[in-house]
Design a protein around this ligand. Structure first.
Ligand SMILES: Nc1nc2c(ncn2[C@@H]2O[C@H](COP(=O)(O)OP(=O)(O)OP(=O)(O)O)[C@@H](O)[C@H]2O)c(=O)[nH]1
Ligand SMILES: [Mg+2]
Length: 459
């Protein structure tokens, strides 16, 4: 099962590098200039290897260095934290600082034009964006102005029915269709009009002229350039070329779910001076999100998306249940019922994958693992088919009981065996945490089961 999370895989290796660099940095005491220079060299290499544009890296490193000097780290008692803070802030700035705030035309419709190379993901992004506007309470229409490819309008219609947004097109010419589409939006009271245009294999004058004519005809409030993040440095060249003709307002980065190095994507804002507005991270219409530079920086630097995680946990995690589980494990009486309760707490917080993606320090294999809701459902079914005694003392569950439990829960004996084994593993791990909780420093670990989900093979 695919998860619902929007964790771009593209920055995985860069994240690994940063985790390594920062890990070593934390292990150090005071930092003199040579040590700082070494760290900066490592960061520079990591960024270049991730395919971040050379000029962008140069500027970024110069700013980081200047701020390190200014902070006079040699006198600092927490130099590592300060360096990390500076790098963090500068990466956010490189990504554009703040997320693009979409405003709406006082006189509807708000016209949005999508441009980009062939196959960059324009048509897909058009539908995803229409869906996003609907979620904002808007009433969009899509206009198929790609008459280049015979099936283009049909593709848009199929997507339109998926996101339940109407599509306007007619077999005239692209500029006419776009103009008529905006008029249609006005007549039908549609307040957002998204115009999908044709792409070409390479940037050519004719294509630029056509999209410029469409732009002149519809006077878009937003012109978004769709860039395929898999295309590396070409993405930057594309952005420059389009921006020279079209006056881009923002970029939609597509295919961030790919496994290419994503650094080029990070360069776009610096190169054309326009922010990344949205990120497209998969083929499904839901795989789309507004781009938040701060949250993206957190993830790239391996800090997880702690802000969102803390918000979610505070909102959803029942403190009574947490206290009870902690007590149970301190007393060595953690039962399957406690286990199930913990699982339900986690489930309340949303798709597991997105929670794990937000947690710092979780290995990337785990972030990519398919841990789904179905599996929790299965665990729940098995536990519910047990008697209260069995839940308290799982070693009571013998062979014939396992068969009956499997039967009763609509699972298989191997599912039951697997769960019992997982529980045993977790219980063992809980004991270790229990020891730590009673340790001399009195530092208590919260939510051991959540933190230890990594020990589970929830397939
Ligand atoms: N994995 C992944 N695939 C995507 C994403 N966005 C688009 N695609 C796929 O990329 C292919 C091209 O997408 P389209 O939306 O048709 O691209 P386009 O720019 O409209 O293409 P043309 O109209 O031919 O220029 C399709 O197979 C999409 O499903 C994404 O974010 N992730
Ligand atoms: Mg298209």
């Amino acid at each position: 099962m695919r998860s619902d999370s929007l964790v771009p895989r593209m920055f995985d290796s860069l994240t690994d590098r940063f985790e390594g660099i920062f890990g070593r940095l934390r292990g150090r005491g005071r930092l003199g200039e040579p040590e700082i220079d070494e760290v900066l060299r490592e960061i520079r290499l990591a960024l270049l290897e991730a395919d971040v544009n050379f000029t962008v890296v140069k500027g970024l490193l110069a700013r980081i260095k200047a701020r390190c000097v200014e902070a006079d780290l040699s006198k600092s008692l927490t130099p590592a934290q300060q360096v990390i803070k500076i790098v963090h802030a500068e990466i956010i700035a490189t990504l554009g600082g703040q997320s693009l705030k979409i405003t709406f035309a006082p006189k509807p419709p708000t016209v949005v034009l999508l441009a980009g190379l062939q196959g960059s993901g324009k048509t897909t992004a058009c539908a995803k964006l229409a869906r996003w506007f609907k979620q904002q309470g808007r009433n969009p229409i899509m206009v198929g102005a790609d008459l280049q490819r015979p099936a283009a309008v049909e593709q848009l219609r199929v997507l339109g029915s998926q996101v339940t947004v109407p599509v306007f097109s007619e077999p005239t010419d692209p500029v006419e269709v776009a103009r008529a589409g905006v008029a249609e939006a006005r007549d039908k009271g549609r307040d957002v009009c998204l115009v999908d245009t044709a792409g070409r294999l390479a940037i050519d004058a004719e294509m630029m002229e056509q999209v410029r004519q469409i732009s002149d005809a519809v006077q878009p409030h937003y012109t978004f350039l769709v860039i395929d993040a898999m295309t590396g440095q070409d993405a930057v060249a594309t952005a420059e070329a389009f921006h020279a003709t079209l006056e881009i307002d923002g970029v939609i980065l597509s295919k961030l779910d790919g496994d290419a190095r994503g650094g080029a994507a990070l360069s776009v804002k610096e190169v054309i001076g326009r922010p990344i507005a949205f990120a497209s991270v998969g083929e499904r219409v839901a795989d789309f999100e507004q781009f938040h530079p701060d949250r993206m920086a957190d993830r790239i630097l391996g800090m997880g998306d702690v802000l969102t995680l803390i918000e979610t946990v505070e909102r959803e995690y029942d403190k009574g249940v947490a206290a009870k589980a902690e007590q149970a494990l301190l007393e060595g009486q953690f039962t399957l019922d406690d286990f199930l309760e913990q699982m339900q707490q986690i489930r309340k917080m949303g798709p597991l994958q997105s929670i794990i993606g937000m947690m710092p320090g979780i290995p990337k294999e785990l972030k990519n693992a398919d841990i789904g809701e179905k599996e929790i459902g299965r665990i729940e079914a098995v536990i519910r088919s047990m008697t209260p005694e069995e839940r308290a003392r799982p070693d009571l569950v013998n062979g014939s009981r396992r068969a009956r439990i499997a039967n009763g829960s609509g699972t298989s004996i191997s599912d039951v065996n697997l769960l019992l084994k997982q529980f045993k593993d977790v219980a063992k791990m809980m004991k270790r945490f229990g020891g730590a909780a009673k340790g001399p420093k009195g530092k208590r670990r919260r939510m051991p089961a959540l933190a230890d989900l990594g020990g589970l093979d929830l397939k």
